[in-house]
Design a protein around this ligand. Structure first.
Ligand code: UD1
Length: 356
């Protein structure tokens, strides 16, 4: 039996790595890359580092407005799914690739499974929120990373096909942390020592495209006692230039190109604190027991906030500065995201669903 996995953006490559390994033990997998991310350090490096088989298809869709990007994906994916006739389509997370994959499969009446189902920020202005609500609505199998995600779906009246599997990002992190410690020279590269630096990432549309928000975030990094290593997403670099913010960057800020998974993992693992607007990084910070300051007003991972390891800072520069200096978690972490065998669990559920 054939399973089609549809990926396209950085976090999806990470999520598909452990699951792909499990799937290929008993199914044929056809891997479809939409090409949403295409720069070598946003795409290719993940395939080589994480040992993901090369995609059977790269649709080369690239960037564009939401409508154009998603529409082009729909057209291209339909062709591939009609030719490949998979028994099940797997989509991951909350990107435009997820949305396009979900709609295409469901219109062709191919069973659809959503990895990372049930997450909600309750902010409909986020494109990701719309993408995941729609993907969940039309999925036959919903693989939830947390109990809170199951509850979110229950509140929306969605119970059929819902499974609490744990988070495949835990599988990826556990598998790769030792490898990263061995293989990555990232601390030397930046000349930093254990717990003596911060890591920052910013790429959320509401933070990058809005000049005031982006300026405020940059101002939040002024007067820090430690260097802030800032691997810059291409979207963010574009807007830093557009809003003339590159000229007056805080002295502590070290701009870098986007990093591969292994370098990023090691850099995060040894950081004093992490400042981010990424969903995945909030969770990785928690798993690595590094305090996280989130540059948003909400989060899909509120458990990490409730446990005191993550704090919502929004984009107020004074608040960001204060949290960088003073935020410190008080409680121990818990096993919120599963035991590192979510991929195995997902494959068992798929096997049963397909009648194997
Ligand atoms: C997308 C996802 C977001 C996810 C993120 C991970 C959507 C709506 N958003 O955001 O949920 O957290 O990926 O990184 O799907 N660009 C390049 N090279 C690339 C890719 C992007 O230069 O390889 C630039 C382009 O200018 C592009 C912009 O980044 O217009 C945004 O890329 P896009 O894929 O539309 O969204 P992301 O911000 O990456």
């Amino acid at each position: 039996m054939k399973i089609a996995s549809i990926v396209g953006a950085r976090p999806q490559f990470i999520k598909c790595a452990p699951l792909s390994r499990e799937i290929r033990k008993e199914f044929d997998e056809v891997l479809i890359h939409t090409g949403q991310h295409y720069d070598p350090n946003m795409s290719g490096i993940f395939f080589s580092e994480l040992d993901i088989p090369l995609p059977d298809y790269n649709l080369g869709i690239g960037s564009g407005s939401h409508g154009r990007q998603t529409g082009r994906m729909l057209m291209a994916l339909e062709k591939v799914l009609l030719a490949e006739k998979p028994s099940l389509v797997l989509v991951y997370g909350d990107t435009n690739t997820t949305l396009a994959g979900a709609i295409t499969a469901s219109k062709l009446q191919v069973p659809l499974a959503h990895v990372e189902a049930g997450l909600r920020s309750r902010d409909r202005r986020m494109p990701e929120e719309i993408n995941r609500v729609i993907a969940d609505r039309i999925s036959d199998l919903l693989f939830c990373p947390t109990a809170a995600a199951v509850l979110n779906l229950e509140k929306e009246g969605c119970r059929r096909g819902v499974h609490l599997t744990g988070d495949v990002m835990v599988d990826a992190l556990r598998y790769n942390l030792g490898i990263a410690e061995e293989a990555s020279g990232v601390l030397d590269l930046f000349g930093v020592k254990d717990r003596k630096y911060l890591v920052a990432t910013v790429h959320r549309q509401s933070n990058t495209d809005d000049a005031a928000n982006l300026r405020n975030i940059i101002d939040g990094f002024r007067e820090t006692d430690f260097p802030v290593i800032f691997p810059v997403h291409p979207r963010t670099r574009k807007f830093l230039a557009k809003y003339n913010l590159l000229k007056d960057l805080p002295g502590s800020l070290v701009l870098a190109e986007p990093l591969g998974y292994l370098d990023m993992l090691r850099l995060m693992a040894h950081a004093r604190k992490i400042v981010t607007d990424s969903g995945g990084i909030q969770k990785e910070a928690y798993l690595l027991r590094v305090p996280c300051i989130t540059l948003r007003e909400n989060s899909e991972w509120m458990e990490t906030v409730e446990d005191g390891w993550n704090v919502l800072a929004g984009t107020d520069p004074a608040r960001i500065r204060d949290l960088i200096a003073n935020f410190s978690p008080a409680k121990p972490t818990r096993d919120l995201f599963g035991d590192g065998n979510s991929s195995g669990r997902i494959v068992s559920i798929i096997r049963e669903f397909l009648g194997g």
